[in-house]
Design a protein around this ligand. Structure first.
Ligand code: UTP
Length: 271
């Protein structure tokens, strides 16, 4: 069973500047609901019991959003408004399952993951990147099913335009296991069109083994000087750890850029 999920939130969000100079992008409303709540709902529906948020001092706004009890208690007493009571109950439900850890220097996703080392209990855990919303079908549920069937690590995969491969982590695939699942041979961070072994890109949902922490402890910075989680995954694959690329069937929305964020609201308002 996968019971714990981690969510890295300590990045700088430079693609959404100037907004992110003062605001946490994960709290921006998408069709009226903060983006991070869509991610939390995906976790709850897939049976996750504990979610670890990796934040930084600059992102404490996120912690405050879930820890504002005094404010709610006071306002509920004064206003006696059922809508506010319901909103507070929802926040409390999320709060109960969230733990916060800090990454104060954004050294990369791999370094962010390493901050959760001492809290991960089971052999495998889920990681969700909050910029990547997947709607219409719960991707985490599908991936947990694949993990149970093949007893291995799983990563979400989506076909992208060949001309855009340099924006993504790109898979080199091995044997196809079934219609939507293939073994991964290699993951290459942001390759050139020439270097790219496929047009299948890594999307922000991962079921990772606890053994990844050992790799991350000795991980050197990679492309762009950052410690990438994909480099640690690559080292594990080389040591014969089984990783599966899962071609998910939900709709992917990129909330990490202004254009994508605006589109996300429009798409979600249609369902
Ligand atoms: P990205 O590098 O794609 O996004 O990180 P970013 O840093 O948030 O924003 P840009 O690229 O500057 O616009 C992917 C995820 O990993 C987290 C980010 O918060 C994001 O959710 N992250 C990234 C960390 O938690 N720590 C890091 O050091 C880097």
């Amino acid at each position: 069973m996968i019971k714990q999920a981690i969510i890295p939130l300590a990045g700088l969000g430079t693609r959404l500047l100037p907004l992110t100079s003062v605001f946490a992008k994960e709290l921006l409303p998408i069709n009226g609901k903060p983006g991070i709540e869509f991610i939390l709902d995906e976790c709850i529906e897939s049976g996750i019991k504990e979610v670890i948020f990796i934040i930084s001092k600059k992102k404490e706004m996120i912690k405050n959003y879930f820890n504002n009890d005094l404010f709610y208690k006071k306002i509920i007493k004064e206003k006696k408004d059922q809508r506010i009571v319901n909103e507070y109950k929802k926040i409390l439900k999320y709060k109960k399952m969230i733990k916060f850890v800090y990454q104060n220097k954004p050294l990369g996703t791999g370094d962010a993951v390493l901050k959760t080392k001492k809290f991960i209990k089971d052999k495998y855990f889920l990681m969700l990147l909050p910029d990547d919303l997947i709607i219409k079908k719960n991707c985490s549920i599908s991936m947990i099913k694949v993990h149970k069937k093949y007893k291995s690590s799983v990563m979400a995969s989506m076909n992208v335009k060949k001309s855009s491969v340099s924006r993504w982590g790109i898979y080199k695939l091995n044997k196809r296991l079934d219609k939507n699942n293939s073994l991964i041979d290699d993951v290459i961070e942001k390759p050139t069109i020439k270097e790219a072994p496929s047009n299948k890109a890594v999307i922000g949902r991962y079921i990772l083994p606890k053994t990844i922490f050992k790799k991350l402890l000795n991980q050197k910075p990679g492309k762009g000087g950052e410690i990438h989680i994909t480099d640690a995954i690559q080292s594990l694959i080389k040591e014969n750890e089984k990783f599966i690329a899962h071609n998910f069937s939900g709709k992917y929305l990129d909330c990490g850029t202004m254009k994508g964020y605006i589109k996300s609201s429009l798409e979600i308002s249609k369902i």
